[in-house]
Design a protein around this ligand. Structure first.
Ligand SMILES: Cc1cc2nc3c(=O)[nH]c(=O)nc-3n(C[C@H](O)[C@H](O)[C@H](O)COP(=O)(O)OP(=O)(O)OC[C@H]3O[C@@H](n4cnc5c(N)ncnc54)[C@H](O)[C@@H]3O)c2cc1C
Length: 377
């Protein structure tokens, strides 16, 4: 590699951002800075935080330590604006940074919130749900949980709460999963969907399809009837955080930045993970750890290619498949290529994937102490 002196700023220290810093951090002649507000949160571990399989330290790890270990600088803060003409960033609080190359890996934020409702994206959100269950789950009372949004994270959240209730010996719960669409997970194969629905029923989850939840006139309404859940969480819909500071490149609906095949968004700006709207075979790539991991690597390598005056390489994501865990039954169902996985073996695979994609060895060791993950505790 030739000698150059370029400043690269990576926004976000999640799956994509940390992979990118591993590629760029120790390259000679590059000054790499990662900006992120706090800990790196291992989102697939949030349900386990609710039922106490993992403590917070397993799920939320010290980003600054990992980033510095990769030879880069860490700035704790949140990007508020990017001036692409001047190649500068402004953080909330006013700190300014300059860049020659920018890699956006800022993940997702909730697409909308409701008054009095929680969200499920961070360790603090998972801890808040856990605290509420422990406070309100008293003998003689019925705990009502209402989860709005029947996607992957809605299923994970509701089944994690059922498991916590069982663990503390509190069985009088009403657990409702509300979905506006006529079916759950429309892109999922019918075989997996059938098994997922059967397991939700076994877990005692009431699935309410074609249902509308609203907050109006100071009250909550489900299909027009007034409801008063003890715990209300919205998991319906995510939006890319990048839409806040780079709105000119964001897709109107998803907020994700539109990129070319090499993850390039604009002059000297690349994006990866949930931040990017990458279209493959006519469909946007789903938001997943695996795509973020390889996207972060590809975007970082393309920054190096561009600095060295070499052609950029296309991002060629391979779908590793998916698993839908039900923490109440300890089973997960999913598919990889032509192969179907299910039951406790599926849950073991889900735990192993977490181990493979952990942010660092320290976190891996902590996750290991939680396997076998299918065992009811
Ligand atoms: C509950 C839950 C469970 C999930 N389970 C799975 C699963 O089992 N398997 C799977 O494949 N996917 C799962 N996902 C999806 C997966 O976690 C995401 O697709 C993945 O984290 C995306 O990686 P990322 O690097 O783009 O973003 P993230 O990992 O979210 O990282 C984004 C980073 O950017 C930072 N950031 C945000 N805004 C700013 C800003 N303005 N300035 C600076 N920094 C900022 C954030 O603090 C964070 O550090 C789950 C998601 C949730 C919510």
């Amino acid at each position: 590699m030739g000698s150059f002196d370029k400043k690269v700023v990576i926004i976000g220290a999640g799956f994509a951002g940390l992979q990118a810093v591993r590629v760029l951090g120790k390259k000679q002649g590059l000054a790499v800075t990662v900006v992120s507000p706090g800990a790196s949160v291992f989102k697939p571990g949030l349900p386990e935080l609710i039922f106490g399989k993992y403590p917070q330290a397993t799920v939320a790890v010290d980003s600054a330590r990992i980033v510095r270990g990769c030879g880069a600088s860490f700035v704790a803060g949140e990007v508020a604006a990017v001036d692409t003409a001047r190649r500068g960033l402004v953080l909330k609080g006013g700190t300014e940074l300059e860049y020659d190359y920018l890699l956006v890996a800022a993940g997702s934020v909730p697409a909308f919130t409701l008054p009095g409702a929680g969200v499920f994206l961070d360790a603090a959100d998972a801890q808040a749900v856990r605290r509420l269950v422990l406070e309100k789950g008293k003998p003689g009372q019925t705990l009502e949980l209402l989860v709005v949004g029947g996607g992957y994270s809605g299923i994970e959240l509701v089944t994690a709460v059922v498991r916590l209730c069982r663990k503390i010996g509190y069985m009088q719960g009403r657990f409702r999963l509300v979905e506006r669409a006529p079916e759950l997970l429309p892109t999922c194969s019918s075989r997996i969907l059938r098994m997922t629905l059967r397991d939700l029923k076994r877990a005692g989850v009431e699935l309410m399809l074609k249902s509308v939840f609203e907050v109006k006139k100071g009250g909550c309404y489900l299909n027009g009837d007034r409801v008063a859940p003890d715990i209300l969480v919205v998991t319906a819909g995510f939006r890319a955080a990048a839409a806040e500071f780079l709105p000119q490149f964001a897709d109107a609906r998803s907020g994700r930045l539109q990129s070319d095949a090499c993850l390039k968004v604009a002059d000297r700006i690349f994006a990866a993970g949930d931040s990017v709207l990458f279209v493959q075979e006519g469909k946007p790539l789903r938001q997943s750890v695996n795509y973020a991991y390889y996207g972060g690597m590809t975007a970082a390598r393309n920054i190096l290619q561009e600095i060295e005056g070499r052609p950029l390489r296309a991002f060629r994501p391979k779908d590793p498949g998916f698993l839908i865990p039900n923490y109440a039954t300890g089973k997960a169902y999913g598919k990889s290529g032509p192969l179907y996985f299910g039951g406790r073996f599926g849950m073991l695979l889900h735990s192993l994937m977490g181990l493979v994609r952990a942010f660092c060895w320290r976190q891996r060791m902590r996750i290991l102490s939680g396997i076998p993950g299918w065992r009811q505790r």
